[in-house]
Design a binder for this molecule. Structure first.
Ligand code: FE2
Length: 294
């Protein structure tokens, strides 16, 4: 069966996905785990497509950017330009100081993003489907637009830690109204670096803001109090689960110390009514506006 028809079946329209208890849980905790949201066949389809994109990526194009020798500016530009493209980023431990890969390419990619939900036909079909639209609406966001997508590999043994943060630090919208969806394409466990969250932590304020000014960025800090890491709980989930995250919820993931990868696909949505802030690092060219759902 081709990708389009497989995903078409998955699209089947539903009026509602979440029950009242789940909606209340999301409002109270700032996150919600839904098991079996994505069928195993579609997880495989997305992983196969990710592997094909990685296969087609020529790392020599960005070799100089990722060498550790004084390439800060080039690295920052490659990142800032990725809002309306598909750019590849390496695990820190996978690159030597000259930008050479220490491992084979498919084992060196940390993530790629941030617009495959619009640019790649397979990720586009998956991302803009009715089931996801219904989920986001059920979570309380009316008429969402998809702002960003990321495919995260969390490679065996070298998959790095992502320190505790709020997504609203990096993605700005009116009233910090942002919903993140984290799709587990493989089982996520303590060993391979599952997500950790602080339940209810979204009720606190935004602690910092990553601000873009033309081609530079800076971090504006409002609250230097360290995160209460003792309140973190792990979210071990099985393949096909989705974790919905409020933009203010503190979350993190630890290193992958196992011999298994931890592939995940993420989407971030903002309300269409948001006047898109110029402070966002993620900016698109005028001919590629954010789009919502079919
Ligand atoms: Fe995050």
């Amino acid at each position: 069966m081709c990708a389009a028809s497989t995903i078409e079946i998955y699209h089947a329209k539903k009026k509602s996905i979440l029950n009242a208890k789940q909606k209340e849980e999301y409002q109270r905790n700032g996150f919600l785990v839904i098991q079996d949201f994505v069928p195993a066949s579609i997880c495989k389809l997305l992983m196969d497509r990710a592997n094909a994109l990685i296969d087609n990526f020529d790392p020599s194009i960005v070799k100089t950017i990722f060498s550790t020798k004084d390439q800060k500016h080039a690295k920052a530009k490659y990142f800032l330009d990725s809002g309306d493209k598909i750019h590849f980023f390496f695990e820190e431990q996978a690159i030597d100081e000259n930008g050479n890969l220490k491992y084979e390419k498919s084992r060196s990619i940390n993530k790629f993003g941030h617009a495959m939900h619009d640019l790649d036909p397979v990720f586009n079909l998956f991302s803009h489907n009715h089931k996801i639209a219904t989920l986001i609406t059920d979570l309380g966001m009316h008429d969402p637009l998809l702002m960003q997508s990321m495919y995260i590999c969390k490679q065996p043994h070298i998959g790095g830690e992502v320190t505790c943060h709020q997504d609203a630090t990096y993605l700005h919208a009116k009233n910090n109204n942002i919903i993140g969806l984290w799709f587990a394409l493989e089982d996520a466990t303590l060993e391979n670096g599952c997500l950790w969250v602080i339940p209810g932590g979204h009720l606190g304020n935004l602690k910092s803001k990553f601000i873009r000014e033309n081609d530079t960025t800076r971090l504006e800090v409002y609250d230097e109090t360290p995160w209460s890491l003792d309140k973190m709980v792990p979210l071990e989930v099985t393949q096909g689960s989705v974790i919905a995250l409020n933009g203010l919820l503190p979350h993190m993931s630890k290193e992958n110390t196992s011999s298994r990868s931890r592939h995940a696909y993420t989407l971030h949505a903002i309300p269409r009514e948001t006047e898109y802030p110029s402070t966002n690092w993620l900016q698109r060219s005028a001919d590629m506006p954010f789009i919502g759902f079919l």
